[in-house]
Design a protein around this ligand. Sequence first.
Ligand SMILES: C[S@@+](CC[C@H](N)C(=O)[O-])C[C@H]1O[C@@H](n2cnc3c(N)ncnc32)[C@H](O)[C@@H]1O
Ligand SMILES: [Zn+2]
Length: 445
Amino acid sequence: MTQNTLDLEENSHAPKAGPVECLGMTFPNDEERRKHFLGILRDKLKDLEFRKIEGFPIGSDEDILALSDPPYYTACPNPFIADFIKHYGKPYDPSKPYSREPFAADVSEGKNDQIYNAHSYHTKVPHKAIMRYILHYTEPGDVVFDGFCGTGMTGVAAQLCGDRAMVESLGCRVEKDSMILQPETDENGKTVWKPFSKLGARRAILSDLSPLATFIASNYADFSSLVTFTDEALKLVSKVEKELAWLYTGVSGGQVLSAVWSDVFLCPNCSHEFVFWEAALKNEKLQESFPCPHCGTMVGKAASKKTGAIKLDRPFATGFDPILKKVVRVPKLALVEETTKSGSTRKTKSIKEEGRKSLVSRFEGRAWPYIPTEEFFPGRQTNKLINGSGISHICHMYTQRALFAYGTLWQQQLSSHKHTSLFRFCLSSINNCYRRRENGGRWPI
Ligand SMILES: C[S@@+](CC[C@H](N)C(=O)[O-])C[C@H]1O[C@@H](n2cnc3c(N)ncnc32)[C@H](O)[C@@H]1O
Ligand SMILES: [Zn+2]
């Protein structure tokens, strides 16, 4: 279990000068706050009982500490949760009865929202939908717990219950005394405004088994330094863009904007190899069945009774992988098209064998940035990849050019832990644009 504690109002731990308050303590600045709690977490990580908690992430102490921003976020079970609840929680008071009707209305919120779309995730829930539940059941300052937080939309929702414009965008009215009213229909069919909640942030505790989820959630919870971050991040991206100009020079010059890579297949009838894109493309559409360019037999990625096509075989290349630093057997791919920009002119050009050869040596003598080299665990989906496309390691999900650029960007250190973390949040949010796409498709690099 990796946990992620969020104090959403005081959580503006952006780099700022001057003293900061955290869990009732005052620190000269935010870096000192992080240093203090990192020391406690470092000691805690040495406690074997702590590490025995089921689902404790596989990772070295140094890696867990480097990711964490305690007490707000720890990339492991969060040992500060009890302190957080002691500081912010309100003990149960039997003299104040709590009673709410079950929330039974239909909730439907669109997904066309900038906050929602800042980072994708499976079965992500729009924060506006969650806000309706939080407003219905809780008071400002209450602690809300989501033990399966994913990207932390519950944390975003808890925080935005204190944002007047966001609450009004739900169709509610906010009175001067912070009372929130919602429209109801009375017995005469007239709309009446009834009080149902109060404006004010709630405090969220978010937890998830996946360290990636809590990493995303912790960044979602604190966008407080976005203005200074954006400025710094844009300057950094321009610097890296210049440094990596060699990587994005097209086969015939210009700056590469996008590229198409194709599978290479082997004809089971004549045993000749060919580039799928070159053989199957007709009138700008990839054909399911087409004649082998060498022997004319009808072939396809899948056999077809209708066209009589036989299923193509996949040839593998064996060679030294500079990232895994070992000899690997990988499915053959070929760069077939590049779209480049020179000044204001854009052009798309087919790449032939000669062009591909010119790319082979471009990484020679270059120092590679850090690249994850983990192998996929066996599983229903991963086995499909491993056995189908021969993709067995994380790094095989990317072209070498994408890996080099992604790795270079990932290792950039910004002026504070918060900014570095937000930068990586942005990089992970565009992972789907960087990674390989099956069944063709245009790659951004
Ligand atoms: C459906 S997703 C939640 C998505 C979230 N509502 C959002 O908007 O992003 C469910 C989450 O539960 C997590 N999960 C699954 N089993 C878990 C467990 N035993 N303990 C904690 N988290 C778990 C998964 O890692 C996943 O992130
Ligand atoms: Zn053939």
